[in-house]
Design a protein around this ligand. Structure first.
Ligand code: SF4
Ligand code: SF4
Length: 188
């Protein structure tokens, strides 16, 4: 489960540079929390004294998995492939505020970008491809919890992007966020 991020896509045309922000909107479906290697997401981002129960649970689990791995690697592989993260409750992260860094970034990681299990990511990739089709673009990734990088485009360019995104299957929620992220003019 990720904090929402967006790509800042910068294009060049005859009259100069223009740019647009394309958001990734996590639908909080919880699917990534059922993928294998959830423990590879790293250590929880809080001190043991602040969340002793969570740390104790994580420690016990790490030890259990370590023992399982040493005893039977094949059984261990099978187990982590099929077992959801123990902190997932009703498709929601029960330790969201202190979840590991890997969870905070997923799917904006090399491993995450490769997965086909995240439907929001599959849509996002389609939208990115639609905007970039036939054009070279410089892209940088940003999180929406920081101040948003202003896009620079004409109304006509923004409209053309919206049409391409609609054809690529953007949802209403994603489109609403796209509009918010591109409100920061100057639109020229
Ligand atoms: S699989 Fe994708 S949409 Fe679902 S919770 Fe994970 S990052 Fe969010
Ligand atoms: S810690 Fe939370 S966000 Fe990370 S895999 Fe587990 S349930 Fe998902």
């Amino acid at each position: 489960m990720v904090d929402t991020f967006y790509l800042h896509l910068e294009f060049k045309n005859k009259t100069g540079n223009w740019s647009v922000n394309l958001p990734f909107l996590c639908s909080k479906c919880g699917v990534c929390c059922t993928l294998d290697d959830f423990l590879a997401a790293g250590e929880i981002t809080a001190k043991p004294q602040e969340y002793p129960e969570v740390h104790a649970k994580m420690k016990a689990l790490t030890e259990e998995l370590g023992t399982m791995f040493e005893a039977n690697e094949a059984k261990y592989d099978k187990y982590i492939m099929r077992t959801p993260c123990p902190f997932l409750a009703d498709k929601t992260c029960s330790i969201y505020e202190i979840r590991p860094m890997g969870c905070r970034l997923f799917p904006n990681t090399a491993f995450g970008m490769l997965t086909r299990d995240c439907e929001a990511l599959n849509r996002f990739k389609k939208q990115r491809a639609a905007l970039k089709k036939g054009k070279a673009a410089k892209e940088t990734c940003h999180f929406t919890d920081a101040s948003v990088k202003a896009s620079k485009c004409t109304e006509k360019q923004l409209q053309a992007c919206t049409i391409k995104l609609s054809r690529a299957g953007i949802t209403e929620e994603e489109l609403a966020l796209f509009n918010v992220l591109n409100e920061q003019k100057p639109c020229v």
